[in-house]
Design a protein around this ligand. Sequence first.
Ligand code: C2E
Ligand code: MG
Ligand code: MG
Ligand code: MG
Length: 299
Amino acid sequence: NADVAMYYAKGEGRNNYQFYTPAMNERAFDRLTLENALRRALDNNELFIHYQPQVNLESGEMVGVEALARWQHPERGLLSAGNFIPLAEETGQVILIGEWVLRRACEQHCEWLQAGLPPLRMAVNLSGLQFRQEGLLFLLRDVIEKTGIDPAYLELEVTESILMQNTEQARERVQELKDLGVTLAVDDFGTGYSSLSYLKNFPVKTLKIDQSFIRNVAEDADSMAITDAIIAMAHSLGMRVIAEGVEKDEQLNYLRRQNCDEVQGFLFSRPVAPEVIDEHLRRQAEGVLLPDQPLLAAA
Ligand code: C2E
Ligand code: MG
Ligand code: MG
Ligand code: MG
């Protein structure tokens, strides 16, 4: 399909991806200009979502996607979340943006189902502000009711550092979310300073190993030791492990040997437009796995 290919090509290429640092953001943008532009972005429909596949290592199938916010800025072009979410967190705009992403992602999940495609777990990032926000449960109930999504398919991603702040309140919040029927993932795990065993106090379903460990995983002894420990501990606590930022075969092979459950990264797919996910799902039904070839089946 030519339209899909076009969309894909215009998406974020490898060279488009930027690591975000607050200092870079300061240099790149006039903050006030960006803040004002972001305020209008929602009204002008400049925000949209790319979805990145999460692949089960046993079956080789895409079992979930992570919703990642994108901004088609009128002058600056396509911006990844890393380029504007940190500012939106500072200004509080992430509350409105996050609400829109949550609603749209859940609608998308249901649209795929209505199109006869198999259900995909939908992972949505929550910033600290959203996680702590008074109205979060009200919002989630409303989104679940209005979109009709089965909450078991909605996974909320919260970073380790957010979870470890005000731990008693965080623990209560995690329990409230669990009671709603949604699942929770700890994002960027390993970058904070929490002890693994501390996690048993939190009813969290999924651990996402941070990209910084996966980057060197087949080469660097420390990264391997940390990765192995995270996988072993998570499994002993009955949690699912997803490795983030998998780009190379060597990383994939290592993670498979260590019984990592799922992987996410450019090796399988970049974050892509929803139409591209449709295509993946349709091909998958015919037995063709990401990345467009039976890579895992052959291994
Ligand atoms: P994250 O949740 O840890 O998302 C993973 C980031 O790594 C994404 O960047 C993704 O594009 C990138 N990535 C995925 N695979 C690879 C890979 O193989 N190699 C490399 N080098 N990078 C990879 P992105 O989209 O710029 O998002 C950055 C962060 O912004 C996210 O980190 C998340 O914390 C936040 N974010 C994104 N969307 C939302 C949103 O809707 N709401 C909130 N509150 N935060 C969001
Ligand atoms: Mg995430
Ligand atoms: Mg992450
Ligand atoms: Mg991150």
